[in-house]
Design a binder for this molecule. Sequence first.
Ligand SMILES: NC(=O)c1ccc[n+]([C@@H]2O[C@H](COP(=O)([O-])OP(=O)(O)OC[C@H]3O[C@@H](n4cnc5c(N)ncnc54)[C@H](OP(=O)(O)O)[C@@H]3O)[C@@H](O)[C@H]2O)c1
Length: 267
Amino acid sequence: MRAEEKGNFTFISGATGGVGRAFAFACAEEGALFLTGRSEEKLSALQADILVKFPACRIEYFAADLTDENSRRAMYTHIEGIGLTFRRLINVAGADIQKAFEKYTDEKLVFQCRVNLEAALSVTRFVLGRREKGLEIINISSISGVYPMPYFAVYSATKSALSSFSSSLRLELKKEGVKVTAVEPGGIYTRPDVCKDIEGQGLWGKLSAKKPEYVARKSLAAVKKNKRVCRPGFWNKFIACVPRILPLSVRMRFIARRWAKLEKDAF
Ligand SMILES: NC(=O)c1ccc[n+]([C@@H]2O[C@H](COP(=O)([O-])OP(=O)(O)OC[C@H]3O[C@@H](n4cnc5c(N)ncnc54)[C@H](OP(=O)(O)O)[C@@H]3O)[C@@H](O)[C@H]2O)c1
C-alpha cells in the first residue's frame, strides 16, 4: 500500500451486520474501509460484495471479538502494523438482547454491556490516536437510549450511556475539529428476527422503522454538520420529544406493557 493510501480510512465495527453493511456501502465510494466483525468468513464475503460495486475501493479487515481485550489488542496491533490512519469511525457493533432482567445469565449481561459500551469506548480511544484532521465519529445508539425501557433494560441503559458519552466527547473534542454524532434510530430492518419484531408491533413499528441504507445516509449527513444527535425519521424525532409531554411513570408503564410480551436474543 502506498503512503497516501494509508489515511482516508473509515473504521466500521459491526460491519458484518445489517446496519454496518449499509454504512460500508455508503462509505465505499469516497474512500478506503477498515471493517471488523467476529467472523472472518463474513468479512471476506462482504469485501467481495463491495468490490463488485466499487472495484477501486481499498478494503482492510480484521476479525475480532470486541468484548475480549486480547482480541481488541490483536486488532489494534494489526492496524498499527499496516499503518492505517482514520478520517471516520462508525461504532456499529451492538447486541439488542431483549428480555426481563431476571432471565439474564451473568455471562449474557457482561457480554451485552461490553459489546454495546466498552467496545465503542475502547475503539474510539484507539482511533483518536490514529486520526486524520477533521475525524468524524458516529456512535450507533438507539431510540431505546432516550428513556428507560423495562424488559429492554440492559439495552436501554447501555445505549443511554453511549449517547451520553457521545455528547460529552463531542464537546471535549470540538476545538480539535473532531465531529461526534450519536445516532438514535427506531427499528431498522436488518436480521429476520428484528424485521418480525417490527412487523409484530403493527402501525407503531412501521412508523418508527427505517431501512439501514436510510439510517446510514442520514447519519453521514448529520456528522458532516457535527449534529450532536441524529434521529432518522419524523416518528423517531417525535418519540424523543414525548418526555416533554408525558411523565416518566406513564411512559414506562406504556413501554412495559408492550415490551413484556417480546423477547429476542440472537447472540
Ligand atoms: N436493527 C435495529 O432495529 C436497530 C435499531 C436501533 C439501533 N440498532 C443498533 O444498530 C447496531 C447494529 O444493529 P444490526 O441490526 O445491524 O445488528 P446485527 O445485524 O445483529 O449486527 C451486529 C453486528 O455487531 C457485531 N458484533 C456483535 N457482537 C460482537 C462482538 N462481541 N465483537 C465484535 N462484533 C460484534 C456483529 O458481528 P458478527 O457478524 O460477527 O455477529 C455484527 O456485525 C447495533 O448497535 C444495534 O443496537 C439496531
